[in-house]
Ligand binder design. Structure first.
Ligand code: ADP
Length: 413
């Protein structure tokens, strides 16, 4: 064989080896591309080693980027899912693209089943259908369904997409109604005394109307009575507002219950002016931890009710005892009693069973609302047992933690 032939054969052999080397790497790369995963990327040799290392670095960077986008999206979805507001994403044809669990609860949407459904198939109320069709989304739409009120808002975003936002405003509405009722009630309570007072002031200041000294003093007495009525109302309103303005009483102290009951019984006797028998019994000597001002306000309202709603010659009994559930202050009377259907509503502001009798006896309709507030601030509950024409027992039950052993003086007694 000639030298030239040998050289040619050698070159051919080298080329064949090169081609095989590249083919081997290419086929490994091709089969990897069918399932391209970072951890299965084939190793390489020579120039392939460098190129594949470069590809590995690129893929690792892309995977990290992808992972961070996936995590951000998951965080965003979790946040929207946790929102107390309902969120439904609608496409350009108002079909549901996505909804969070609150929206599912508000509209009865099933996040999977209803995907792609036109939203008006699920929210059929004509008001909503018109709202969506009109495209005027400046003001929210209020939808009332059974015992829930929802405020809906549509926010347009992206390319022809919409976000339907729903908020449960049932409590806000209830508070609003309560506030309106309260203002109306207060105005109504003040109207009569103010009208009466103005009428008398005009009569008394009118020189052309001659009045006898008896008429004059009778009118003044009636004016004084109306002024007292307004004063009682304002005082009760101020007491209520003071009870509402802070979460807990600031001036708690151990209150000697024997002394407290005696004081309340004296007040009951003064109010009754001998028309009733008033008794006070302390079954267990101890001290009650609480605000003397607030508890006096609560207990004296119960005592005054017992006197006011008990006909002459009746009995009013005050008692303090330690029961199974804690300390119990009770006021029992042999008075007119209350029908069972009224009992759950007695602590509502201005709720009265008999408005005439309440006003005649100087009631403002706020007494038991004050009692409930003051007791709640002491973690105590009001219990009412009553029977028409037989009498009532109002009990304030305090948690055991508020009942302290008697002080030194009480113990010696
Ligand atoms: P009021 O100022 O009208 O007495 P309250 O809030 O103290 O207002 O009481 C609400 C209503 O509960 C009263 O109007 C009355 O009808 C009823 N009530 C309260 N205590 C008694 C009681 N001891 N006996 C009978 N009815 C009572």
């Amino acid at each position: 064989m000639s030298v030239a032939a040998i050289i040619l054969a050698a070159i051919a052999a080298v080329l064949a080896i090169r081609v095989a080397y590249h083919q081997l790497h290419l086929s490994a790369l091709r089969s990897w591309l069918r399932r391209p995963r970072l951890d299965t990327l084939p190793p390489g040799r020579g120039v392939w080693e460098e190129a594949l290392a470069e590809l590995h670095r690129f893929l690792r960077g892309r995977d990290a980027e992808h992972e961070s986008v996936v995590q951000a999206l998951a965080r965003f979805r979790a946040a929207v899912r946790a929102l107390p507001d309902g969120v439904v994403i609608l496409d350009r044809d108002n079909r549901i693209e996505w909804s969070n669990p609150t929206a599912a609860h508000h509209f009865g949407i099933d996040a999977r089943r209803d995907l792609g459904q036109p939203v008006v198939n699920l929210l059929r109320q004509p008001d909503f259908v018109t709202y969506l069709a009109d495209g005027e989304f400046g003001q929210p739409l209020v939808l009332r369904a059974r015992d829930t009120t929802l405020s809906l808002r549509i926010i347009e975003f992206g390319e022809d997409q919409k976000l339907l936002n729903s908020r449960d405003v049932t409590t806000d509405e209830r508070i609003d109604t309560m506030r309106r009722d309260f203002v109306a009630n207060v105005s109504h309570e003040l109207k009569t005394p103010v009208t009466v007072l103005t009428g008398f002031v005009e009569t008394l200041s009118e020189d052309s109307i001659p009045l006898t000294p008896e008429q004059r003093s009778r009118y003044l007495a009636m004016m004084a009575e109306q002024a007292r009525r307004m004063q009682r109302l304002v005082e009760d309103l101020l007491t209520l507002s003071a009870l509402e303005s802070s979460a807990a009483p600031a001036d708690e102290e151990p209150i000697d219950m024997r002394v407290f009951l005696e004081q309340l019984a004296d007040e009951a006797r003064a109010l009754s002016a001998g028309r009733h028998r008033v008794e006070a019994t302390v079954h267990d000597d101890c001290r009650l931890l609480g605000s003397a001002t607030e508890l006096h306000s609560a207990f004296s309202n119960l005592v005054s009710n017992a006197v006011r709603y008990t006909p002459d010659d009746g009995t009013v009994r005050l008692a303090w005892r330690i029961g199974e559930n804690g300390g119990v202050f009770s006021v029992s009377d042999s008075g007119i009693g209350i029908e069972a259907r009224h009992i759950p509503r007695l602590t509502e502001r201005f709720y009265r069973v008999d408005s005439g009798r309440s006003r005649e006896t100087g009631g403002t309709g706020l007494g038991l609302a004050i009692v409930k507030h003051a007791l709640t601030r002491h973690q105590a509950v009001l219990d009412v047992v009553s029977e028409p024409d037989r009498g009532s027992t109002f009990s304030a039950v305090f948690p055991p933690g508020r009942v302290l052993p008697p002080g030194e003086k009480q113990e010696a007694a």
